[in-house]
Design a protein around this ligand. Sequence first.
Ligand code: NDP
Length: 467
Amino acid sequence: MARIGVTGLGTMGAALALNMADRGFDVAVHNRTEAVVDEFMEGTGSLSDRFTPVKSLEALVDALTPPRAVLIMVKAGDPVDAVIDALVPLLDKGDLIIDAGNADFNDTRRRTARVTDEGIGFLGMGVSGGEEGARHGPSIMVGGTEDLYRPVQDIIEAIAARYQDDPCAAWLGPDGAGHFVKTVHNGIEYADMQFIAEVFGILNASGRSYADQADLFAEWNGGPLQSYLIEITAEILRARDSETGAPVLDVIVDKAGQKGTGRWTVIEALKLGQSATAIEAAVAARSWSAEADARAKAEETYPTGTTRMSHVLDGDLEKALLAARMIGYGQGFALLSAASRHFDWSLDLARIAEIWRAGCIIRSSLLDDISSAARDGLPHDQLILAPGIAPRLADAVEGLRRVVLASMEEGVPVPGLAAALSYFDTYRRARGTTNMIQAQRDFFGRHGFERRDRDGTGFHGPWAESD
Ligand code: NDP
């Protein structure tokens, strides 16, 4: 009998199942298209004895030791509901379903309620690290009741990445908490990728060769920017297309895909009265990238000419990336705090930063500092106000400012970097300019305002007197 079942042997499900077997667990494996199970088994090599291949969900359930644990790793959305609908009648009370795909946490909350009603447990589990991570150690963010997590904790911790022996897996809170944290993780990832892509654009506009840029990113990876995304950027800049021998970046269409997690982050931020503008800029840039024909027409209408940037220092670019990264993480953590309060999740922000230090796409040396800052408590829930972060951001942000200014002068697009800078400049003003907005609201809609010189609400401007 197998300890756990996996249904969905696509990229991620297959890698997770192999990872579990590698760690000594017996796994029953199933896939909707039966032939995929055979293909999977052909690639299991010396691990094949650990697997029980099955061709139906009934057989999957029969192959498991009760109380059963079934991990679903199928395409996000309706397929998850379809698999749950098929599984629930086959399971007994006390069994457990784990959805390890990228679910919208609202769906996870709904599914948790639906499955719990049937006496079956449900964990919504975010897995980050792509195929490689899933195979050799991802970062794992679990939501559901803690009681449900305990029986599978050993498996989840065993397959997770390790940061100095600390497993990058944790139970984070009830129902949708795990998928919410994974969503925000992806939002931060969107922003970080966008910042890097913009710096790539600036370096291109400065006439720097890919080889030169690769060296620069590799050098940055040895400093405060050390991270997986900076590391792979250097590798990508060096890579050549195997068919044509051209730099691989030159053969790739500038159209970025998205599966929804960035958009969900922005939507949830707005719902919670937050605004993750750097992440929003990254989502927008991917959306605009899909409009190739309109962009070609726009370039014809408003020609850019040949852009030559010459006055951006490498040191400023490094600082710009660091400042923007801090702000991107800051917006993500502010969102996590807001969600934790709203849903009463008691999210441990320090632990979240810790489990992102290995295995996941946004792993970076900055997360060590972020976890320490969160452990000490974030002033006003703001990472950018943490004593361990603020002096570094204050220093780096001036580089960000010079880079954004120089780019804007030349018309080189920097929507993510500019959004990060604008957020910083807006946030650090104790007195902003929304008094004007409040006056306008009162002028046309008698919405009232608060006065600086006395308590109370509902004051009106002189325009109200003429009514
Ligand atoms: P793949 O496209 O490689 O595999 C999809 C799997 O879903 C296949 O096993 C497919 O079965 C199954 N499936 C699709 N529709 C149905 C259905 N209606 N009923 C039953 N099974 C169905 O996807 P991935 O492995 O890349 O992604 C799986 C999940 O993991 C997604 O939620 C994704 O967002 C998430 N994820 C992916 C990451 C990545 O880097 N790829 C990283 C982190 C999370 P069949 O063979 O029959 O078509």
